[in-house]
Design a binder for this molecule. Structure first.
Ligand code: PLP
Length: 408
């Protein structure tokens, strides 16, 4: 028996999380094992992070190889893995310049600070307003929760940074009415993740691009959740016909090792000259060595083709479960970022499906109380998907058979 248990969490951890009752101790591919040796199919992927599953041999090799060479320098010196990773990111995207950090929130913090400084130095202090969207999620620093569009995350933390306007997602007319020459940036998720797996319409993104161009505002795509192959291309913008001025990435970039990055153009990058921003750990050799291996692996056409096939299999399986048990409605999302909205009869009860799933050996996520969310490994196998769906079916059957009062 281990001497730490779920109870230990309550004793020694700040109560800002409420983790599940089980404690996984080992993972391989899309399977996890808990302290009791019970096995789970992982459809959560560490919240869209473990793009290559658990302990992928190429990532283990990259990490252990780097671990025997060099761990950390700080940014007083640069390092080879960071330079190689930055070169790969610029070769594969619109960007020519990269800033490394350790998380999605930090990547967005950098993007927003860059937008402010860019506008201020080029046009003057009046051009500082940021437009973002209701239900958006951009991270948990004070600036990024303030730009995010979910009040529950800012409540109690006031006073908040100013100059931020929240508009309705996918409503271009509203943006057109509110954007002005005082706007320094519009920030948007190509698919709202935490906010409920809601894809932006192509017209909305194209319209934002045109409005930003007209008002000389930067268009920032927050691809922290949609990036790194999750939607079937390296970044989701590649399917939209719209190129942002700044792109933020994290989550899947490290495949489970903490790293974030902000990507932008040569010209805009000049607005963060020496000394204006930084991070001690940003560009850490261990993180960059792992991320380089992630990019190499998800850059293989077979991996992206697998995303499309597994997404199809999962969507069909979930839609079939939805029809047969009535818990949720047809799924939405992009690639292996999938949301199943709970049906009217099960409104607000997505968490019950997750809990029942764990009982039957499958780990799923929610995106708010009304959306069951799946974000498995991009290399999840056909048999793992089939087995996960079987276990999820057992969970759905159990919930659907419950006397109404018991679940209410
Ligand atoms: C998860 C997420 C973030 C925050 O990333 P952290 O690494 O938790 O700071 C920001 N934006 C989006 C779209 C996310 O999904």
């Amino acid at each position: 028996m281990s001497d730490v248990t779920r109870q230990t969490f309550n004793e020694v951890m700040v109560p800002n999380y409420q983790p599940a009752d089980i404690i996984p101790v080992r993972g391989a591919g899309s399977r996890l094992w808990d302290q009791q040796g019970r096995e789970y199919v992982d459809f959560a992927g560490g919240i869209a992070v473990n793009v290559l599953g658990h302990c992928h041999p190429k990532l283990v090799a990259a990490l252990t190889e780097q671990a025997g060479r060099l761990w950390h320098l700080s940014n007083v010196m640069t390092n080879e893995p960071a330079l190689r990773l930055a070169r790969k990111l610029t070769q594969k995207t619109f960007a020519q310049k990269v800033f490394f950090c350790n998380s999605g929130a930090e990547a967005n913090e950098a993007a927003l600070k860059l937008a402010r400084r860019h506008a201020q130095t080029r046009f003057g202090a009046h051009k500082h307003e940021i437009i973002s969207f209701v239900n958006a999620f951009h991270g948990r620093t004070l600036f990024t929760v303030s730009v995010g569009g979910q009040e529950k995350y800012t409540k109690g933390f006031e006073p908040l940074p100013g100059g931020i306007t929240h508009l309705t997602f996918n409503n271009l007319a509203e943006v057109e009415a509110r954007i002005s020459d005082k706007t320094c940036a519009v920030i948007v998720e190509p698919v709202q993740g935490e906010g409920g797996i809601t894809p932006a319409t192509p017209e909305f993104l194209k319209g934002l691009r045109a409005l930003c161009d007209k008002h000389k505002a930067l268009l920032i795509f927050d691809e922290v959740q949609t990036g790194n192959g999750r939607t079937g291309t390296l970044y989701a913008y590649m399917q939209t016909g719209v190129t942002p001025n700044v792109l933020t990435t994290a989550k899947g970039l490290g495949g489970g090792f903490p790293i974030g990055a902000m990507l932008t153009t040569n010209e805009i990058a000049q607005s963060l000259p020496f000394g204006t921003h930084g991070s001690t750990y940003g560009g850490n050799p261990l993180a960059c060595a792992v991320a380089e291996a992630v990019l190499d692996e998800i850059g293989r056409p077979e991996v992206m083709a697998g995303v499309v096939r597994r997404a199809e299999q999962l969507r069909e399986g979930l839609n079939s479960l939805g029809r047969r048990y009535g818990l949720f409605e047809p799924v939405r999302g992009a690639g292996l970022l999938i949301g199943a909205p709970m049906s009217a009869a099960w409104k607000g009860r997505a968490k019950e499906v997750v809990n029942a799933g764990l009982k039957h050996g499958v780990w799923c996520l929610i995106a708010g109380p009304d959306i069951l969310r799946l974000a498995p490994s991009l290399v999840v196998g056909e048999a793992d998907v089939a087995e996960g769906l079987r276990r999820l079916e057992a969970a759905c059957a159990e919930l659907a058979a419950m006397p109404k009062a018991a679940g209410a």
